[in-house]
Design a protein around this ligand. Structure first.
Ligand code: NG6
Ligand code: CA
Length: 506
């Protein structure tokens, strides 16, 4: 077997496609809308084989390119989002695991990101939806005054965010620098260490709950749901979970409408289908799979609103729409929402083993659909692709050069993204929630050995931990059922060395 090597990123930034396009004036540059779902798995959408009906996502796929071998970088939210925005693998940076709701910003003000890249290219940029990358300086944000160290400081012109996740306090939206709708006479206090204020908690007052936890999630109750963390105050600013998709989709639609005449970059990060799954009443009971299925329908509705807006404004020919997810699927993620009981024969990860948190393929292989009317040929791409490459690929598309220190792991794969090439990315790293790394190359998948439980019993997901090295041939064994490391010592050594060299790089 030939020795695997890695290409230094610096030569990967400008491709021929980029050079051809770099002559464009920015006003001709296509808008970019990145719809980033939360926890939607490889098998959750009907265009990926699910029995659930997701007509809007299917419509996007029918007009665009649907990837079967695309990956987020990590099997949970914070590290995937960190890598997506910075072009640096989260495994290289401490403190990029799933963050509490009062965490300080992990992307420092002024850092080069996909947002600053697009702003430099003349785009108006926005993030709307889930953030989960921390806010504020060391010690966390001051929720009651201007919030620094946040999206506006790393390249976004507009921001309307859920600070962390729906299941973490504070349960408020932050618009630009301020908590939206906050009454100064009722200041917010947040703690992830001890109870603050006197609001009831799920542990002490379970009789007040409309959604009960199955594990964790037993602290402050907001809107009948007990959360991770304690809060008090900010009554006028509290979100209503059932309205969340409406609220953020409306903001996204307005942003598109307001910027119809000039290039824009919209990072629309839905809360669906993360827990607590509390879709609007109009989706209740519609999937027959309980709130998890209903949340998928609500997600699809949001996608439809975006597509309709783009079409209505006549922007389809100058807008690239990218739809993907931040990690693989989970069924019971901490609330008794009957997702397990009502799952039936639905397979959230499709044919893949594992799910959210896992080193198996189900952890990071996710849906990816890219559409651009008249520019991207409709079809399916089996090319290996990683979200780490969005940044350098968009740099190439807009004729931008990445500064020397910026986006160390991002490679320009715009040709794969736009369907001009069906060639694999040379290799790809998968990052599980306990830090375990795996690497993919050609038909091979290697998972490094290490300690840890085989199964996360709370969520009933196989994590891919093994004290022995694992090697799978995904061409003959896409479900990673048979570890063939022992039978293929040379491949194993090659993959191990490849991972070592990737780790050492940058
Ligand atoms: C876990 C939470 C889970 C979810 C996850 C982050 C518990 C018991 N579980 O710690 O519910 O919030 O973190 O999900 O608290 S992610 O998609 O944002 O990464
Ligand atoms: Ca997630």
């Amino acid at each position: 077997m030939k020795k695997y090597s890695i290409i230094p990123r610096t030569i990967g930034v400008l491709s021929t496609a980029a050079l051809a396009l770099s002559g464009c004036k920015t006003t001709d540059s296509p808008n970019i809308i990145l719809i980033y779902a939360d926890d939607i798995g490889y098998g959750d959408l009907s265009c990926y084989g699910s029995n659930l009906s997701t007509p809007n996502t299917d419509r996007l796929a029918a007009g665009g390119l649907r990837f079967t071998n695309a990956h987020c970088t990590s099997a949970t939210s914070t590290p995937s989002r960190y890598s997506l925005l910075t072009g640096e693998y989260a495994f290289r940076k401490k403190g990029t695991g799933v963050l509490p709701g009062d965490a300080s910003a992990i992307i420092a003000p002024g850092r080069f990101t996909v947002a600053s890249l697009m702003r430099n290219a003349g785009y108006t940029t926005a993030v709307i939806g889930k953030w989960h990358l921390g806010l504020g300086p060391a010690g966390g944000p001051d929720w009651n005054s201007d919030i620094t160290h946040q999206p506006l400081d790393i390249g976004f012109d507009y921001s309307y965010i859920i600070p962390a996740t729906g299941d973490r306090v504070p349960c408020v939206y932050v618009e630009n620098r301020r908590v939206s709708g906050l009454d100064p006479s009722d200041p917010i206090q947040v703690s992830f260490r001890e109870k603050v204020g006197d609001w009831p908690t799920g542990r002490e007052n379970p009789e007040l709950l409309k959604m009960h936890p199955s594990h964790g999630h037993d602290m402050t109750i907001v809107n009948g749901v007990s959360r991770i963390g304690y809060m008090t105050g900010g009554r006028s600013a509290l979100w209503v979970d059932e309205d969340m998709a409406d609220v953020i989709t409306d903001k996204a639609v307005k942003f598109i409408e307001n910027n119809r005449d000039k290039p824009f970059f919209l990072y629309f990060a839905t809360h669906d289908i993360h827990v607590p799954r509390m879709p609007n009443q109009r989706f209740e009971g519609k999937s027959g799979m309980g709130p998890r299925g209903d949340a998928i329908l609500e997600f699809d509705w949001s996608v439809g609103e975006i597509l309709n807006t783009v079409e209505k404004l006549g922007l389809a020919r100058k807008t690239i729409i990218i739809l993907s997810s931040d990690n693989g699927p989970v069924v019971d993620d901490g609330y008794k929402d009957r997702a397990v009981e009502l799952l039936g024969d639905h397979k959230p990860a499709g044919k893949l083993r594992g799910g959210k948190y896992s080193a198996f393929e189900g952890g990071t292989r996710i849906p990816l659909i890219v559409s651009w009317e008249r520019k991207i040929k409709q079809g399916v791409s089996d090319a290996l692709f990683s979200q780490i490459d969005f940044l350098a690929s968009l740099a190439a598309l807009t004729g931008q050069v990445i500064p020397a220190e910026g986006a160390p792991d991002s490679q320009n794969n715009i040709d794969i993204l736009l369907g001009k090439s069906k060639k694999d990315r040379e290799w790809l790293v998968e990052h599980a929630s306990n830090g375990r790394l795996g690497v993919r190359k050609d038909e091979w998948k290697y998972i490094e050995p290490g300690p840890g439980p085989k199964v996360n019993v709370n969520v009933n997901i196989e994590l891919g931990n093994d004290t022995l090295p694992q090697l799978y041939n995904l061409k003959t064994d896409p479900g990673e059922t048979t570890n063939i490391a022992e039978q293929n010592p040379e491949i194993l050594t090659g993959m191990k060395e490849l991972l070592q060299s990737i780790r050492k790089q940058n």
